[in-house]
Each structure stands twice: as C-alpha cells, then as structure tokens.
Design a protein around this ligand. Sequence first.
Ligand code: MIC
Ligand code: SF4
Length: 651
Amino acid sequence: MGQTLTEKILDDHLVEGELEPGEEIGIEVDQVLTQDTTGTLVWLQFEALELDDVQTEVAAQYCDHQTYQFDFKNTDDHRFLRSAAGKFGAHFSRPGNGICHNVHKENFAAPGKTMLGSDSHTPTPGGMGELAIGAGGLDVAVAMGGGAYYIDMPEVVNVRLEGELPEWATAKDVILELLRRLSVKGGVGKIFEYTGPGVESLSVPERTTITNMGTELGATSSIFPTDERTEEYLEAVGRGEDYEEVAPDEDAEYHDEIVVDLSDLEPLIAEPSMPDNVVPVSEVAGTDVDQVMIGSCTNGAYEDILPAAKMLEGREINKTTEMIVAPGSKQASEMLAREGWTAEMMAAGVNFSEATCGACIGNGHVPASDSVSLRTFNRNFEGRSGIEDDSVYLCSPEVATAAALKGEIVDPRELADEMGDLEDPGFELGDNYVGVSNSDLIAPDEAVDDELIKGPNIGDVPLKDPLPADLSGDVLLKMPDNITTDHISPANADVLMYRSNIPKLSEFTLTRVDDTFPERALEADGGLLLAGENYGQGSSREHAALCPMYLGIDAVLAQSFARIHKANLFNFGIVPLTIDEDTYEDIDQGDSVEIVDDVAEAVRSGAEEITIRVDDDWEATANLDASEREREILADGGKLTHVKQQYESGD
Ligand code: MIC
Ligand code: SF4
C-alpha cells in the first residue's frame, strides 16, 4: 500500500512507534521556530534542563508579537532572547523583522523537513512541503536539545482540489470554505493533505495562506506536495538549492477525502467572533466598516499586499474608513517600498505599520467601541482585538480593500461592476527577493552575546509537586464550549509584558470569563475547572496551563480538549479528564469533586476510567486518554521535572 506525503515524511523521521492513527509516535525534529511571547519560557526551560547547545539543523528565534516595546519588560525579553540565541546557537530575528511564520518561510522552510514551533500557526510552511507542527514551549525546548517530539499519529485527510479559482476568489476563500464546512473543531487529530489538479494553480504564498489557517480547523498540520511552483518560490527567495520533490504515492490511502472545486468558490467572510462563522460576502454587504487591516501571518506576504496595492492605485479609500497595512515581514515592506507600491498605497490613504503581529493580538490599532473591523487575519475570537465587544470580520485582502474603497462590506465583483474600471488584480509571485538584504537576521556564527542577560521581570519557571494520592476540590469555574487560550491567558499589550513573570501573569488568568477567578483560585488553594467541547483552542501558549497550575488548579474536566492545550496540561501536571455531556450538565460551579481512587496510582497504572464523586452525593465516570509517557509526566508533576529526572538517571 502506498504512503501519504505525511506518512513518508514521518517515516523518514520516526524514532519510536508505528504510523497507526491514534498511536503515539516519536519523531526527530529538523527545524525549530520560536517567537518572543512563547520563546522566553522555551529558553528558560532549555536552561533549566541544563542543555548546552541547539541540536536541530535550524533553530530560529523571532521577535514579532510585542515589537512596539511599550514597556522595558518587552525590551528586556527581546534582549534575553538575543542572548539565549547567541549562547545556545540559534538564529535571531530582530524585533520588527517580521512575523515568525513569514520570515521562516522566506529564509528556512524546506520540503521534506520536520519542524516544531512554539506557535499554533507553525504549520504555515506546509505550503512548501515541510511537515510543521505547533507545540508548547517545553516540547520545543526538548526537541531543540535533540529530544524526540511525541504525538498521537493523526488521521491523514485528503483535501482534493479540483478546478481553478474564478475571478475575485482567493486562497483565503479555500480555507474559509473548509472552516464553513468543518468548523473550528473539524480538524482535531487530523493532518490535511492537499492533492488534486487544483494544486498546481496555486503558488506558494497562496498555499501557505491555506496551511496557516488550517490551525483554525484545529488541525495538527496541513501540507501540500511540491512542484514547479515550489521551486519557483524557492528560487525567488534565493534558496533554489533547498528544492526537493515530495509527493504522496499514487496509491496512497487516506482516512477521509474532502473535495473542493475551486471554480465553485466565491468571496467569503467570517463574521464575528469565531473563524468558522463563514458566509458569502454578499450576505453581509452593506455593513459599515470603520477599520480595514491587511497583514498577519495568514495574509501579510508581499504577494498578499500587492493585489491591495493594485486595487488602490490612483484611487482613494473612503473617508469613513481607516486602512492599515502591516506587512508580515520587513522583506515584504522593503520590496513594496522599492517598487513604489508603498507610496501608491499611502497616496490612497493607507497607514503603514512595521512588520509585526501587533493588532492581531490587540497590540495597537484597537477598533473603536461599537465598530466594525475587517481584517485579513486568521482569528477573530471575542476581545482579541483589544476591546471586549469587538466586531472583527476575517476575509481576503481583495475583500478588505473593496470595503476600504466603499466604506462598507461589498462583494468585490459587485464593486467592480459598479466602478467599471476595477479589475481583479490577480496573484503574482514576487521575483525580486534576491538581493534584498536581511540585515535583521543574526546567524549563530554572528552572535553578539554569549551569556544570558535577564532583566528584573524575567523569573523562574514554577514547578508542581508530583501528583498526590488524593485529588479533590471545588469546581472554581464552569465554562461553555470553545473556550480559547485568549480567554485563559490573554495576549493583549498590558498582559504580554508578563510572559516571563508567571506570578504576575497569573493575575490575568481567565479574567475574561470571570474577573474574580485568580483571587478565588489562590484562596481555594487547589480546585478544578469545568468546560464544554474544544477547551483551550487557539494558541500554543503554555501559559494557559502554567498559570492555572500556579494558581493551584489540579484538574480540568471537559467534554473535549484542543490538541496543543491538552499536551500543555500534561506538561504542567494538570490532569485533563474527559466527561460526557450529561455529566457536564449535572455539575455546577461550586460543586466539590473528588477523585474516588488513588489518582497517582490510577494515572501510573494506565487506568482509562476514573470515578469522580460530586458533592459527596453522586458518581460519574471521567476518561483519561493518555499515553504511557504522558502518564509518567503527569504523575511526576510535569514534564520539566520528568525530563530532568530522566537526564539524571541517564535514560
Ligand atoms: C496567537 O495567534 O494567538 C499567538 C499569539 O501567536 C499564539 C502564541 C502566543 O500566545 O504567544 C499562538 O498562536 O500560538
Ligand atoms: Fe502573530 Fe497573529 Fe499570526 Fe499569531 S496569528 S503568529 S499573533 S500574526
């Protein structure tokens, strides 16, 4: 039987296990990516593990999320990261050089390689045939030290692309269509592999828009085969030698197949406040738009901004609407500037930002109260833009630019008819990456520091005690379905500066759900959380597990968990238990929950069913779905302690 592309790459990197869906496998990691808001913990843990040097082929530390450096704490974090990259041997991308996924794609991503990154959109270079997976920082630190990465073998789903995109439909509409069909939970435990005749009609930047936003489906990763389009892109960025042909076998067997006929697609838009609230643009046409933003790791490439520039050439944006362009990388900014497009857009009324995540996580350009913001980003979780009652829509650069011209949401096909001279700008690959300098990327052999520099805000990583025999406590918070990591540990400007100061950061834990939570949790000195489906979707930030751990949370009962968050709960010694809908309904906030048996013993012995006793009154069964390795980690009180013990015992 032939292999899928995913299986081929995993097979090449397999160090443990078998490629059977659901079985735990260990893989060797070739490349590692980390960014500023998760990277401080990555390096603090790398240090705590007493690892000496980076062992992967490539390790790259980017500074992209908090580049405005509002506070010395941000700048101290960046200085620490530069020193860590220098000391341990990673590439360092300076603040303002661009978003990790964009800069990595331009400089390092390569077909057939595996990558692990401490950011949920790490799968972006899947559009170039790299198998890239997002993970918590501790998993990334271990991989960077040469350790294997462990994951349950996902199901591989064939997304067969037929036909070609019609006018005004874009790669963004391909992934919005999948979100419309499958929802934000539709990809959990899956890798989406794109095949079919439609693939060759898409260039690398279009493919990476799709693989980037596969994360919003909850997918473990997304990947395309490589072809002349990949080679063409690698040559454009000056790395033709990295090209390799990778493809599934013709008789590869997939777990499932989804067909998308590109020629059926039309401009789509995700309404507030979930990326899967997708409707045709025409359905919400006429909605006044106050702000339009083009950028982010999904649509911040030079090739994403060029269509907007062409649409704006010689025109002016509507007086009622502000338009901001935040390129994904400085290289994209520089190319646009060298070609005169920056000036064209400025003349049309566009405000330019430095290359940053910025507004995507509420760092700057916060929408006005009770206003509509149209963004080309990948997430519109409530409050993420920096204001609680936000109305953020997600769409392609073409739809966003059409709205900026008209001052309201409009199907660009309608606008083109109305204006008479507005043409679909099409998609064009940049051909002048070569020669553009990348002076903001510091290679390991150019390192400027060789010792760690820690400012006063950079603390240690707290540790948890080994799992006790008795586990009981009150349900301190009952939450609905689809709670995001933005709810658990927000990423706005006033909070991000504490990413390396866990006691302080913990004060913001779950305050978006209930602002009394951190105080109550500390007072209770132990307790549980209760949630519906897909708990912890969104980011890879391990702070969403570490802060609840610091506040004393011992277990989370949920109907289901998002993949990275569940791994982070194991890594920080919090027991993730799955319960059915009836049990969820029957437990109230404030109820006491006790695990009936010796929990440490149950976890170590492989028990899958755990009996819980609620309010000393009734019992229910919860499930612990965990590998042997995850059970040991949990019982030892988290991965840091566990791995240290392993190193000490020489295993
Ligand atoms: C996000 O898009 O939510 C982030 C901010 O990039 C996070 C990482 C973080 O929390 O630092 C992610 O996606 O993993
Ligand atoms: Fe940055 Fe937004 Fe992409 Fe996260 S989703 S890496 S915050 S641009």
